[in-house]
Design a binder for this molecule. Structure first.
Ligand SMILES: [Zn+2]
Length: 218
């Protein structure tokens, strides 16, 4: 018999809504990775992020309890648009500060705004990450691409979510979705999300995995 569908998910940016999200994930036994910016946790207030509110250190420690944390740079830095020095600082210090705060090995990296170039990929790799994630379409790594330019299959709010889920069962048997908790505005949004998480947890042909435990060597 084929192995079960390995389902992984990650959530970007560390908005305060992650506190609600993590409660839902925990309730249904889901595994997840939170992609965080270390400076946000330490009081840095970003401009031009549409008034979003981000978790402080204590909130993030509570939200991420039992989950994995991945590096999303110090301040959500668009890596191709800064100097080499700033790129290295955003990536290397971002990882080090998260490891210090969460006391866990931070293995994942997610490119802010999915912006990456050859230099950024190299810096992420050399900083000791296991993978670097961009955005959308298909999971390159498990179909032969570099693990530093891996992409999830689909956004959690994409209308083709279940189609992609079923296709993954027939294909690599790995399914990776991502999302942003700040996109959940009302009770109905949260109920829809909880239904989705619950449905995956109840699927006898699927199991939750952590991203870092995927078969990366394949
Ligand atoms: Zn982001």
């Amino acid at each position: 018999m084929d192995r079960k569908l390995q389902v992984v998910c990650d959530w970007d940016d560390g908005a305060v809504e992650d506190l609600t999200l993590s409660g839902i994930l925990r309730k249904h036994g889901a595994k997840a990775t939170f992609n965080l910016c270390s400076s946000y946790l330490q009081g840095f207030v970003p401009q031009n992020r549409n008034g979003l509110q981000f978790m402080d250190k204590e909130q993030a420690l509570a939200a991420c309890q039992g989950f994995k944390v991945a590096n999303h740079t110090t301040k959500h830095v668009s890596l191709p648009h800064v100097t080499m020095r700033d790129c290295k600082d955003a990536v290397i210090r971002g990882r080090a500060e998260l490891q210090d705060i969460f006391q866990q090995d931070v293995k994942g990296f997610v490119y802010p705004k999915a912006m990456l170039d050859r230099t950024a990929v190299k810096v992420v790799q050399q900083a000791g990450h296991l993978y670097g994630r961009g955005l959308d379409s298909f999971c390159q790594t498990f179909t032969g691409g570099s693990r530093y330019t891996v992409r999830p299959h689909v956004n959690v709010r994409n209308g083709k979510f279940w189609k992609a889920y079923d296709e993954a069962k027939k294909g690599t048997r790995i399914f990776w979705f991502y999302g942003h908790s700040y996109e959940y505005k009302c009770t109905n949004d949260w109920l829809n999300l909880e239904f989705l998480i619950h449905k995956i947890s109840k699927d006898p042909d699927a199991e939750w995995k952590n991203i870092e435990d995927l078969p990366w060597s394949v």
